[in-house]
Design a binder for this molecule. Structure first.
Ligand code: UD1
Ligand code: CA
Length: 480
């Protein structure tokens, strides 16, 4: 049920300078989704009456990511007054006379989950204070704002790293960047913010000190697990956060009945789906909307992007994107499956095989060293080792059609467009330029001609010529 008294403001306008990146910080991917999308997913779970996102840096890109994750989010544009305080001030303008609770979420704190946030909100509402701040104790608090408490332990104010004294820098309780405010109290104090600090910004954190000075009560509530509120400012923090999230995702699948042999080298995006009794071997990345059915064995050293893997299939040392692998089929080792590859049940794409836009029918096999592109293959056919579909004439791509129960010889070239009928054979080394009717054998290799004595005549003085001479002499002695 929608919480009519709750508005959520996601701060997403900052420049993310410390990332040193052309891509806006909040759009860097984390388990396959932009950082900011994780925050919006959490916001969605709380079912607030209003969700607003404040944007400015790379405004259109960030706004598009916000809308993609949570359609209906109100986009608020920050002006050129910098700081988290200014961002919230503009969001409050957009909220009009809303008078419930305002939950403010830093867009770069992606691991916080809805349960923790719901608990925080309930605690805030329970105490009836003007504002609550989520905090955490960090062994290394550098980079974060510190929670300053007075002698009796009561929460006093937040000091930013850049404005902190030596003694304040030594404090290990950090401001997580997650706040709950009564809308009225927040609105009153935002009006009093100044940019009088080391960064020349309107700090949202100063609202806390102002509320305290005005006699309001404020609470800092520490989270149980500090990593829940880890912020991402630079790429080292991005990698740490990604590893933490991945460990959670891997563990989730393990508890759901998936064997994951080496969690440290297995990376699974949030949107991936895996059935019980799948085995994931070391060095495997499962990305995008990949789905794996029960009994399949994937890896080692395999990357699957947006792939569908059927039950009991085996995919070894493979790189695949937008491929569909049927039940009991086998792929790799060392296969490269490009978009549009469909391998039906019990089929095989073997070693050093590249496929693209190719449908390989039930039980059909492309076992070794081949390129199969823009092709359909029927059922139970076998494509010989080292076969190439020559699908590109330099201007256009053309299709190759191979029927059912076909046997093609090794080192075949299929010059598309070309069709091989059901039950047909091709000889080794055939360059198939014309259609092959069903049941025919196609061969076009010229008869072999042996030119006796050629090496001794044309390569005299070489080791080959000496070996040839020795063999000839031995033959002549035998004859004598
Ligand atoms: C902020 C807090 C700090 C806290 C830390 C937690 C302030 C002043 N400091 O610091 O106390 O420990 O988060 O992670 O709030 N943003 C805007 N508009 C702006 C500036 C920032 O929307 O003008 C957004 C950013 O996109 C980001 C968030 O606000 O999502 C936090 O900004 P950032 O610059 O990363 O603040 P920190 O220095 O990490
Ligand atoms: Ca930050």
């Amino acid at each position: 049920m929608t919480d009519e008294k709750l508005a959520i403001v996601v701060l997403a306008a900052g420049q993310g300078t410390r990332m040193k990146s052309a891509l806006p910080k909040l759009l860097h991917p984390l388990a396959g989704a932009p950082i900011v999308a994780h925050v919006l997913a959490t916001a969605r779970a709380l079912d607030a009456a209003r969700v607003l996102a404040v944007v400015r840096h790379e405004r259109d890109l960030v706004a598009a990511a916000v809308e993609a994750e949570l359609p209906g989010t109100v986009i608020v544009d920050q002006d050129d007054v910098p700081g988290t305080g200014r961002a919230v001030e503009l969001a409050l303008d957009a909220l009009g006379d809303f008078d419930g609770e305002v939950l403010v979420l830093n867009g770069d704190v992606p691991l916080l989950n809805a349960d923790t946030l719901a608990g925080f909100l309930a605690q805030h509402r329970g105490t009836g204070v003007a504002a609550s701040v989520l905090s955490a104790h960090y062994a290394d608090p550098s980079g974060y704002g510190r929670i300053v408490r007075s002698g009796d332990g009561a929460f006093d104010r937040i000091v930013e790293q850049k404005d902190a004294s030596e003694a304040e820098l030594a404090l290990d309780e950090i401001n997580a960047g997650i706040y709950a405010f009564g809308a009225g109290a927040l609105r009153d104090q935002l009006a009093n913010l100044t940019t009088d600090n080391a960064q020349g910004e309107k700090y949202l954190t100063d609202v806390i000190g102002l509320l305290r000075a005005a006699g309001s009560e404020v609470e800092a509530l520490p989270v149980s697990e500090p990593w829940l509120v880890a912020g991402i400012n630079d790429r080292a923090q991005l990698a740490e956060t990604a590893a933490r999230l991945n460990a959670l995702i891997v563990r989730g699948w393990q508890l759901n009945g998936v064997t994951i042999e080496d969690p440290a080298t297995t990376w699974i995006d949030l949107a991936v789906r895996i059935e019980p009794d799948v085995t994931i071997r070391p060095g495997t990345q499962l990305k995008g909307a990949t789905a794996i059915a029960t009994g399949a064995v994937v890896g080692p050293d395999t990357t699957l992007v947006d792939c569908e893997i059927g039950a009991n299939a085996e995919v070894k040392r493979t790189d695949a994107t937008l491929a569909v692998i049927g039940e009991g089929a086998s792929v790799g080792p060392f296969a490269y499956l490009r978009p549009g590859t469909v391998l039906d049940a019990s089929g095989k794409i073997g070693t050093f095989v590249e496929t693209k836009n190719a449908r390989i029918g039930r039980g059909s096999k492309v076992p070794h060293l081949s390129y199969i592109g823009d092709t359909e293959i029927g059922v139970e056919s076998n494509v010989g080792a080292g076969s190439i579909t020559a699908n590109y004439d330099g201007v256009n791509k053309h299709r190759t059609s191979i029927g059912s129960h076909v046997r093609t010889g090794s080192h075949g070239v299929f010059v598309a467009p070309v069709t091989i009928g059901d039950g047909a054979y091709t000889g080794a080394g055939t360059v198939v330029r014309k259609d092959v009717p069903a049941g025919a054998l196609a061969i076009n290799v010229a008869p072999q001609r042996n030119i006796e004595g050629w090496v001794e005549q044309h390569r005299s003085g070489t080791a080959a010529a000496e070996a040839a001479a020795a063999a000839r002499e031995a033959r002549e002695t035998d004859v004598d």
